[in-house]
Design a protein around this ligand. Structure first.
Ligand SMILES: Cc1cc2nc3c(=O)[nH]c(=O)nc-3n(C[C@H](O)[C@H](O)[C@H](O)COP(=O)(O)OP(=O)(O)OC[C@H]3O[C@@H](n4cnc5c(N)ncnc54)[C@H](O)[C@@H]3O)c2cc1C
Length: 420
């Protein structure tokens, strides 16, 4: 992994948003069609927005989400430590509605394609929605863990009520207490996110509950993202507070006693945070869109399902299985590639043959310093995969106050590009 300068990072971080400024349809022509988008997170909200921005009045876009507003996971670790509150990372769909997106609050339960007809999306308690293209962006689901009750032992890996619950538990933990967290095997949502959480919680406990410790039980053989940054943060910045155990696969949980049973032993916590193993959102799995795997195989030129008979069904964001990281920034970039491809399909054109995407994650290390990670992916026509561009992959030289400030500029841009 490269150590990349701040200036180079800002250039890379802008790569994916470049598409936003470019009219996608190369010919001046109007298109028409109907698209139903399920999931109004970073992937689905961006897609709905850009279909309307680029497609115009002829494209009918309906966005379905189970909730009236989306609570961002990005920056949610800072809610745990009182640096932010949930309302600062909660976004409704009013701006998208102003652009002409039809927002429906409801839970999608399935999809079908009656012979000779278009797609029909079932919504619990509502009239089904018909369309030519369906885009599914429901995020992640957790794999079952024996004995685990998230209402007692929160994951806080889908932001909202879970974040509030974990925050309350941390804040009522006694001084000298033990905060234990588990990290699932990769791939999982936000590769650096768990290590970031260990750092900000450790920093908070040092300031407010002296003598407390953070134990990190990682199912992976080593730190999955920004290894240099987090190795140093655990061993130096938070020395004596964070204790890191690799190869610690979670086997079961005693939710009442707050005990994690792992492959390296049993650990009893004052506060237990289980970030369980993950898979594609429930709707994707129940529709048979993962095949025999955990994530949905898709063609990265248009994010259309590669499962037979599912033409016109696209999967973007954390549920997709292209091997790109599961991050909000890259979900936003995938959405633009997908929106462009759907509009081209309405115009009878093939998708862009050479899409690129990029990802960026900022990781607070203390209450006023942060690190970051970035990577660009480019389509490889030989393998039909999105491949990492090696020179683009890197992490910050060191956590700094400047990075901490930049984190809020970067996230404000991403939030605005997605929801405003
Ligand atoms: C602590 C933490 C820190 C992170 N930090 C970063 C970061 O710095 N940078 C970064 O790029 N990424 C970060 N991420 C990752 C990022 O949050 C996710 O990758 C991103 O949210 C994925 O977007 P998505 O649209 O696929 O899913 P989500 O954002 O989860 O959106 C899914 C939406 O679908 C809706 N939904 C689900 N099922 C249904 C259904 N059946 N019917 C209707 N609606 C449904 C949900 O209500 C939700 O609104 C972080 C994640 C965590 C947990």
């Amino acid at each position: 992994m490269n150590k990349i300068s701040r200036r180079h990072f800002l250039k890379l971080a802008g790569a994916a948003t470049a598409l936003a400024a470019t009219p996608p349809l190369l010919k001046a022509q109007s298109v028409s069609g109907r698209v139903v988008v399920v999931g109004g997170g970073f992937a689905g909200a961006t897609l709905a927005k850009y279909l309307k921005l680029w497609g115009g009045a002829g494209v009918a876009v309906t966005l379905v989400d189970a909730n009236p507003a989306h609570v961002s996971c990005i920056l949610s670790n800072l809610v745990l430590t009182n640096s932010l509150n949930l309302s600062q990372i909660t976004f409704n769909y009013a701006a998208l509605q102003q652009l002409g997106v039809n927002f429906v609050q409801g839970r999608a339960t399935g999809l079908e394609k009656p012979a000779g007809s278009t797609w029909r999306v079932q919504i619990a308690g509502r009239t089904p929605l018909d369309c030519e293209h369906v885009v599914l962006a429901p995020g992640i689901e957790f794999q079952p863990v024996a004995g685990w009750d998230p209402n007692k032992v929160p994951h806080a890996w889908q932001a909202g009520a879970q974040t509030t619950l974990l925050k309350q538990q941390i804040q009522t933990m006694p001084a000298g207490g033990l905060f234990i967290m588990t990290i699932p095997p990769k791939p999982y949502r936000c590769p650096p996110g768990p290590y970031e959480r260990a750092c900000v919680v450790a920093d908070y406990l040092k300031r407010t509950k002296p003598g407390s410790k953070v134990i990190v039980l990682d199912a992976n053989p080593g730190i999955v993202a920004e290894p240099e940054t987090f190795t140093k943060a655990f061993a130096q910045t938070h020395a004596g507070v964070i204790e890191y155990h690799p190869n610690a696969a979670l086997l079961a949980v005693n939710s009442d006693q707050r005990i994690a049973n792992t492959s390296v032993g049993d650990f009893k916590a004052d506060v237990l945070n289980v970030i369980a193993p993950q898979k594609a959102g429930a709707l994707i799995t129940s529709a048979g869109l993962t095949g025999t795997g955990l994530w949905a195989p898709v063609n990265p030129l248009n994010y259309e399902s590669m499962i037979g008979g599912m033409e016109g069904v696209h999967i973007i964001g954390d549920s997709q299985g292209t091997g790109q990281p599961k991050s909000g920034h890259i979900a936003n970039a995938e959405a633009k590639v997908c929106a462009d491809a759907i509009l081209r399909a309405f115009a009878g054109e093939a998708p862009d043959p050479a899409p690129t995407t990029n990802s960026a994650c900022y990781s607070p290390i203390t209450a006023n310093t942060a690190s970051w990670l970035t990577a660009v992916y480019a389509y490889n026509p030989a393998t039909k995969t999105m491949d990492l561009v090696p020179a683009s992959f890197g992490e910050a030289a060191s956590p700094t106050r400047d990075n901490y400030e930049d984190m809020f500029d970067w996230s404000a841009n991403l939030f605005a590009d997605t929801f405003a």
